[in-house]
Design a binder for this molecule. Sequence first.
Ligand SMILES: Nc1ncnc2c1ncn2[C@@H]1O[C@H](COP(=O)(O)OP(=O)(O)OP(=O)(O)O)[C@@H](O)[C@H]1O
Ligand SMILES: [Mg+2]
Length: 284
Amino acid sequence: MHFRNVISRTNFLYRLNENNKLEVNYVYTSSRRTGNDPYGKKRIISGLSLASLHAGTVTALVGPNAAGKSTLLRAMSGLLPATGSMLLGESDLMQMELKKRASHLTFMPQSIPQDVSLSVIEAVISALKASPLDGLNVKNSEVYDIALKTLNRIGIADLALSPLNQLSGGQRQMASLARSVVREPKVLLLDEPTSALDLKHQVQVMELTSALAREGRIVVVVLHDLNLAMRWADQILVMQKGQITSSGAPEEAITPQIIKEVYHVNVRVERCSQGQPQVIIDGM
Ligand SMILES: Nc1ncnc2c1ncn2[C@@H]1O[C@H](COP(=O)(O)OP(=O)(O)OP(=O)(O)O)[C@@H](O)[C@H]1O
Ligand SMILES: [Mg+2]
């Protein structure tokens, strides 16, 4: 395996264009497929529409447990049956078959299987090859270099040959992130990518998220840490009971009133000595 001569992939970067946006409208989904009713009995999301998600921006999706955040991202990525439209330019991603959709959009799941014995680099290569490579203009001989370049970017090249089932929870989360970014998709959906990470790795992942967006991608990231969301996101969507309760720039979307309504917790939102808005928890 040659880890040298890592190729430049600048030709895959999407130019930032104000008109590049994702419009998600009227999404209905349920938890799983059952019987004759393709959407099952339990409707999780009903007629949800999102504010336009623009290329070059990070959107944080926050909300309490069971609000429907993972369900929404899974529906967007095609892992759950859903109706509605999801327009990226002229294309409706919702109508695309899974493999084609995966060439535009990738999803990093919240929970990562622990029993996979592939090495980290093999797992990243398998994600790269998961849908046709033609759209990416990648030759088979280049896949190792591309996978290694991604591991370097994420800062885990030293784990390349480690089996996934021998990694710590945080290391496995970083490897999962590598799998979702290796294709350099236009739309990146990350479900709690920082939940298992120490402080330094949280900052590293949020910086990477921001850099990936600035290259012209649309990034949606589910976070429970409201301060991480306020610090790093361009806009925040607050989800509750399958609907968006509040959205906008961080200080518009996150107010003491909204947090009280959604989480039943008393907070203040105040600026720190450097002017950054902070959520301070006062209690229930
Ligand atoms: N496979 C499933 N089968 C049945 N119900 C499910 C399934 N997955 C999720 N649900 C239900 O869908 C609802 C939304 O769950 P979802 O996982 O989307 O929440 P979430 O906002 O991601 O929560 P968390 O912050 O805990 O990850 C919950 O009521 C949950 O019980
Ligand atoms: Mg979830």
